[in-house]
Design a protein around this ligand. Structure first.
Ligand SMILES: [Zn+2]
Length: 337
């Protein structure tokens, strides 16, 4: 049965083929051939086109490479070298800046070494004490810049063994003005002639141990900006209590800033005790009380110190002032900012 059906179908196919007239069969065959041929050509063209594009792309790439490579070869390395050179330059500049910043930082934070004192660049505000010390070279150099107060202004030294009183020129001129003002005030108030004298100004060496020891390199007297003062009318020795109680001396403390001088070691900044070693503290205590020790710092700074700009209106110490104004970081370890 199944076989019969297949046979029928096969016969119908055969019949279908057979049923076409010979002309139509020919036309059909031609159409089939043409279609097949066209498809073949089309496919081959596509293949060629695809291959061709590939080749073109390659060629373009090759030609681009060929054209550009020499430029790239020539330009490329040059650009690379330039960039490298610039980078290197930039890098070395940055390294240099970093080194400078580091050196600056070290300069600011390193304690004053034995060979130098970071306050040497402070000019009239330079600090010398047992913490901020100077070398003998500094002392010698400073000594060469001094002028003779007696020869220049007629200011006399009270103690002959101290030698000639000497100071830096600017300070000396202001000291002369201040002492003349003192004489005028004293004469006016007491009716007597007062001749203020020095009792040691610049010192090239430290002091032997008497009241207190000051080793060479540790005393304010190395600055060339300082003089101990004495009014012979009140005796021949420096005496804190005696001087502190004289109205003329009080006038000196109250008015010296107008001439650029300060009371270098006022009682209010002496600290709890005057003893060895001199007790300099972070809060600005000097460890000393000396009514006779006047120090030139310049009129502007002296005014700020005397009027207590950084000390709630009360007389300042040089140490506290330098720290309060951001010049010194640590008073006990000798560090500038
Ligand atoms: Zn002194």
């Amino acid at each position: 049965m199944f076989n019969n059906q297949l046979q029928n179908q096969s016969q119908s196919v055969k019949k279908h083929k057979i049923d076409l007239p010979p002309k139509k069969q020919l036309i059909f065959s031609i159409i089939c051939f043409v279609v097949a041929f066209s498809i073949g050509i089309g496919i081959s063209r596509i293949i060629v086109a695809v291959n061709g594009n590939g080749e073109n792309t390659e060629n373009i790439a090759k030609s681009e490479t060929a054209e550009n490579t020499p430029e790239k070869v020539e330009e490329g390395p040059e650009n690379q070298e330039k960039t490298d050179a610039e980078l290197e330059e930039e890098l070395s500049k940055k390294e240099e800046d970093l080194k400078k910043a580091k050196a600056e930082e070290e300069k600011k934070t390193t304690p004053a070494p034995a060979s130098g004192n970071c306050t040497e660049s402070f000019g009239n505000l330079m600090l010398i004490n047992p913490v901020f010390t100077v070398t003998t070279n500094f002392v010698s150099q400073r000594e060469s810049q001094l002028i003779d107060l007696t020869a220049t202004y007629g200011i006399r030294e009270n103690k002959s063994t101290n030698g000639t009183p000497r100071m830096l020129p600017e300070a000396a001129g202001h000291l002369n003005d201040m002492l003349n003002a003192y004489k005028a005030y004293a004469k006016q108030t007491t009716g007597h002639d007062h001749e203020m004298q020095t009792r040691s100004c610049f010192r090239s060496r430290g002091t032997s141990c008497g009241r207190l020891c000051f080793a060479t390199g540790t005393t304010d007297h190395h600055t060339g900006l300082t003089c101990d003062l004495i009014d012979p009318v009140y005796g021949t020795e420096l005496n804190t209590d005696l001087y502190a109680n004289h109205p003329e001396w009080q006038w000196l403390k109250a008015n010296s800033y107008k001439y650029g001088f300060i009371d270098r070691f006022p009682e209010e900044w002496a600290g709890s005790s005057m003893s060895e070693p001199v007790n300099i503290t972070e809060d600005g205590s000097t460890g000393l009380f000396e009514t006779w020790h006047y120090r030139y710092v310049g009129i502007d700074a002296a005014t700020e110190i005397a009027t207590g700009k950084y000390n709630n209106g009360a007389y300042d110490s040089l140490e506290h002032y330098l720290k309060a104004t951001g010049r010194i970081n640590s008073l006990t370890s000798g560090k500038c900012i």
